[in-house]
Design a binder for this molecule. Structure first.
Ligand SMILES: C[S@@+](CC[C@H](N)C(=O)[O-])C[C@H]1O[C@@H](n2cnc3c(N)ncnc32)[C@H](O)[C@@H]1O
Length: 330
């Protein structure tokens, strides 16, 4: 299948040519020059969004959001102690004459790709997104590509060793379909890794969040309801079942990490304070989305988010669950 995909133009000498690290995509790859970047963006209400007609993705893609993604990347690294879980070293081990290939779906700023590609210089890494917000100076084994996850991935069947997808629940309408694409692209024994947040925080002591933090609960109730109407939503709880039902994977492991919201010492480098900062940015972005979509009036959305931020800043003992699922292609 010939799918046109774009590789982001990079400074000569920083990234490799296809002669150096071979591609096994079945689709054409053309270079995207910076002059073409503006058409990928849409500026509204002082913020920058993707301009992709079909994607339901509701968040901005501007500096605030990129900073949120990078902070989340650092937060997850500090909690997990690595950029991945699962047998990554095994699936990417060098074999003479074989070009290993790894793909990151919905790569965002591409920090994950750059950090992991640095550890595996013999592997060809691709980061796929619908907006060119990645570095223009990728490592020599890294390609950033503009491609819609709603379309076939475009890799030759059985050609990919590792597919990673983190925090893409708002980008994908039909996750089981994407899983079928992932399974098609992976070689037997290849590895799929997913990382997703749950849609509601919980209280560490088991008490009800709806009673202890009613405005946070109301915010997530409303946002989750309207995301669902747009055909997207939080998927962390469903992924293990979808992986199982696909019948395409073996050896699935599910690992949950509970991240505190806030910290006692308010240290901005702590996981809790980083998550708190990210939730504030997330809520502010969703406020704009609720108003633009006419799901909420301006004043009601402002009140919703003010209440959310007030409780995030003041209520102690909350945590948010992050779920990693990994499995090998049968
Ligand atoms: C929350 S960010 C996560 C970024 C990255 N995976 C990380 O963990 O740092 C979701 C990304 O999905 C991208 N996205 C949204 N819709 C998409 C689509 N249809 N195809 C590919 N990427 C998409 C967005 O542009 C955004 O960069």
């Amino acid at each position: 299948m010939a799918i046109e995909r774009y590789r982001i133009w990079s400074t000569p000498g920083t990234a490799s040519s296809d002669e150096e690290i071979h591609s096994d995509t079945s689709s054409e790859l053309t270079e995207l020059h910076p002059d073409e970047f503006p058409r990928y963006f849409d500026e509204r209400n002082g913020r920058l969004f993707h301009s992709h007609g079909h994607s339901p993705y509701p968040l901005p893609v501007d500096a605030d959001e990129q900073h949120r993604q990078n902070r989340q990347h650092a937060l997850l690294y500090s909690l997990i102690g690595a950029h991945f879980k699962g047998p990554v070293r095994d699936v990417l081990r060098p074999v003479h004459g074989l070009q290993r290939q790894a793909v990151d779906l919905g790569t965002g700023t591409g920090r994950w790709v750059m950090d992991v590609a640095g550890q595996f210089p013999h592997v060809r890494f691709s980061g796929i997104d619908i907006v060119p917000i990645q570095t223009r100076h990728p490592l020599r084994n890294v390609w950033f590509e503009m491609h819609d996850l709603d379309e076939p991935l475009g890799y030759a069947p059985g050609s990919v060793d590792l597919i990673h997808a983190r925090d893409i629940h708002l980008a994908v309408r039909d996750f089981p379909r994407l899983l079928r694409e992932v399974a098609r692209a992976l070689r037997p024994g290849g590895l799929y890794i997913s990382g997703e947040w749950f849609g509601y925080p919980v209280m560490k002591d088991g008490s009800r969040i709806s009673e202890r933090a009613p405005r946070i609960h109301r915010f997530f109730d409303l946002v989750n309801y309207y995301l669902g109407r747009d055909g997207i939503g939080f998927v962390a709880a469903s992924i293990p079942e979808w992986v199982r039902l696909s019948g395409a994977f073996v050896g699935m492991r599910v690992e949950d990490v509970y991240v505190p919201i806030g910290s006692e010492n308010l240290d901005p480098r702590s996981a809790g304070e980083r998550l708190k900062a990210n939730l504030r940015v997330f809520a502010t972005s969703m406020q704009l989305w609720l108003v633009e979509k006419r799901y909420c009036g301006r004043a009601a959305a402002q009140d919703l988010v003010n209440g959310f931020i007030l409780e995030v800043n003041t209520i102690e003992g909350m945590e948010l669950q992050y779920r990693v699922v990994y499995a090998r292609k049968a």
